[in-house]
Design a binder for this molecule. Structure first.
Ligand SMILES: Cc1cc2nc3c(=O)[nH]c(=O)nc-3n(C[C@H](O)[C@H](O)[C@H](O)COP(=O)(O)OP(=O)(O)OC[C@H]3O[C@@H](n4cnc5c(N)ncnc54)[C@H](O)[C@@H]3O)c2cc1C
Ligand code: HEM
Length: 390
C-alpha cells in the first residue's frame, strides 16, 4: 500500500506525465526492447512504429495515477488490459522488466531534478501496486481457462484442418487441437492468440473467432495486410495439416445476455466478432439488425452466409453499404447518420456492438449517441491497442 506522501507525489506528477507521458513510454519501449530481447516477440512491432502501443500504455499508467485514491473507478480498463495480456501470455516474470525500464525512463526523461529519489520511490510503489493487481487478476483468468472444460494454459498445438476464401482479401482458417480433445468454448466476440515462428522469429497476434465455437474447433478469418508479417504468412504459407500454437481465447468485447434488440455494425474485417455474436443471438428471440460496410463487392465477405441466415430467421434484418459503386448493396457511399437512422430499429433502446477502422468507429460512436442509443449500450473494441475514439 502507498503511504500518504507517496500518493501526494503520484498525484503531483500526473500533470507532468500527461504532457510527457508519450515521450516517456516511447523512450521506455526502446530501452526495454533493446535490453531485454526475450520480451520482443510479445509486442507487435507495427503497433510501436505507429505509436499506438506506447500511447495505450501511457494512457493506462495515467488513468491509474489519476485514480490512485479510488482504483475502483478504473472501471473497464483493468478488464481490457488483463484480457489483452492473457491472450498474449504476459506472465508475472515480465512485470519487473517493465517496472525497472519504466522507472529508468521516468528518471531519464524528467531529469534528476524532478525525478528525485522520493519521486522514483513513489512510482516504484505505485507500479508495484498496479502490477500486483494485474498479475493477480491475470492469474485468476489463466486458472479459469485452465480448469474450464476443454481449457488449457499456455501454448497448445493445433492443426489447420480447413481453409476457405471469404472475399478477395479475407480467408478463414479452421483449427483443431492435435491432441484430439475438446476445446474451451469461447464467448461470442472473444479472440485467440496465435504463436508462430516465421523465418526463425517468434510472432504473436490476436484474431477474433469468426464463428461460434462448437467445442471442437476454432475459426478465424484474416484479412491480408499488404506487407503484414503474420497475415501474409497465413494466406501464403499455412496449409491444411500444418500446425501452430494457440493461446486460450480471451476478450471482454462479448455479447451480454439481453432481450433488447441487437444492432451489429462492422466495417471491413471488423465483421469477424459480429459473426459469432450473430450466431449466438439467433439462438434467442431477440431482433437483430446486422449492418456491414465494405469497400466494394469484391472485398465484401460472408455475404451469402448472412443472406442465408436472413432468409431463415425473420428476426434478422441485414443492411449492406459499399463505399464504391458496382456491387449489390443497399446503399453506396459512407454510412451516414441518415442511413443509420433508417437502418436502426425504431425503438432506440438497443444494444449496439461495432468494430472497424478507427475513423469508422469514431463516426459510428458519435452517430449512435446522436440517434438516441444510450451510451452505456454502445460497445466496441479495437483490432490493435485501445485508443481514444474522439
Ligand atoms: C483483439 C484483436 C482481434 C483481431 N481480430 C482480427 C481478425 O479477426 N481478422 C484480422 O484480419 N485481423 C484481426 N486483428 C489484427 C491482427 O491481430 C493483426 O494485427 C493483423 O493481421 C496484421 O498483422 P500482420 O502481422 O499481418 O501485419 P504487421 O506485420 O503487424 O503489419 C501491419 C501493417 O503495418 C505495416 N507495417 C509493418 N511494419 C511497419 C512499420 N515499421 N512502420 C509502418 N508500417 C508498418 C505493414 O506493411 C502492414 O500493412 C485483431 C487484432 C486484435 C488486437
Ligand atoms: C502495470 C503494468 C502494465 C500496464 C499498466 C499495462 C497496460 C497496457 C495497456 C493499457 C494495454 C493496451 C490494452 C488494449 O489495447 O486494450 C496493454 C497491452 C499490452 N501489454 Fe501491457 N501493461 C502492463 C504490463 C505489461 C507487461 C509486464 C508486459 C510484457 C512484458 C505487457 C505487454 C503488453 C502487450 C504485448 C500488449 C498488447 C500490445 C499490442 O497490442 O501491440 N504489459 N498493456
Amino acid at each position: 500500500m502507498l503511504n500518504a506522501e507517496q500518493r501526494a507525489i503520484i498525484k503531483a506528477t500526473v500533470p507532468l506525465l500527461e504532457s510527457g507521458g508519450e515521450a516517456l513510454t516511447t523512450h521506455f519501449y526502446k530501452m526495454m526492447l533493446s535490453e531485454y530481447p526475450e520480451v520482443r516477440p510479445l509486442f507487435n512491432q507495427t503497433h510501436q512504429a505507429s505509436g499506438d502501443q506506447p500511447r495505450a500504455l501511457a494512457n493506462g499508467v495515467l488513468m491509474y495515477a489519476r485514480h490512485i485514491d479510488q482504483l475502483e473507478q478504473l472501471g473497464g480498463l483493468v478488464g481490457q488490459i488483463i484480457n489483452k495480456h492473457v491472450a498474449l501470455q504476459i506472465l508475472p516474470e515480465h512485470y519487473p522488466i517493465v517496472g525497472s525500464c519504466l522507472l529508468r525512463a521516468i528518471e531519464e526523461v524528467l531529469g534528476k531534478e524532478i525525478a528525485t529519489a522520493a519521486v522514483i520511490d513513489a512510482w516504484a510503489a505505485a507500479y508495484g501496486q498496479l502490477a500486483d493487481i494485474l498479475i493477480g487478476a491475470e492469474e485468476g483468468l489463466y486458472k479459469q481457462k485452465e480448469e474450464a472444460a476443454g481449457g488449457w494454459r499456455g501454448a497448445r498445438e493445433f492443426k489447420l484442418v480447413r481453409r476457405e476464401r471469404e472475399s478477395s482479401e479475407i480467408v478463414s482458417f479452421y483449427f483443431a487441437p492435435v491432441d484430439g480433445k475438446p476445446v474451451l468454448k469461447a464467448a461470442p466476440g472473444q479472440y485467440i492468440g496465435l504463436q508462430l515462428f516465421i523465418e526463425g522469429a517468434e510472432q504473436r497476434r490476436n484474431y477474433s473467432l469468426s464463428a461460434l465455437c462448437d467445442g471442437q474447433q476454432y475459426r478465424i478469418s484474416v484479412k491480408r495486410e499488404a506487407g503484414g508479417k503474420v497475415s501474409s504468412y497465413l494466406h501464403d504459407e499455412l496449409m491444411v495439416g500444418d500446425s501452430l500454437a494457440l493461446f486460450p481465447p480471451a476478450g471482454d468485447f462479448t455479447l451480454a445476455a439481453s432481450d433488447k434488440p441487437l444492432v451489429l455494425i462492422s466495417g471491413g474485417v471488423g465483421i469477424t466478432p459480429t459473426l459469432a455474436m450473430l450466431q449466438a443471438a439467433l439462438q434467442t428471440q431477440r431482433p437483430v439488425h446486422f449492418i456491414h460496410c465494405a469497400r466494394n463487392g469484391a472485398v465484401h465477405a460472408f455475404r451469402d452466409w448472412v443472406d442465408g441466415l436472413a432468409a431463415q430467421h425473420p428476426q434478422l434484418k441485414r443492411f449492406y453499404c459499399h463505399a464504391e459503386a458496382g456491387g449489390e448493396a443497399d446503399a453506396v457511399g459512407l454510412l451516414s447518420a441518415e442511413l443509420l437512422a433508417e437502418w436502426l430499429p425504431r425503438e432506440r433502446d438497443v444494444d449496439a456492438y461495432f468494430l472497424g477502422p478507427k475513423g469508422f468507429m469514431a463516426a459510428i460512436k458519435r452517430q449512435l449517441k446522436g440517434l438516441g442509443v444510450p451510451e452505456g449500450q454502445s460497445r466496441y473494441e479495437f483490432f490493435g491497442p485501445a485508443a481514444a475514439l474522439e
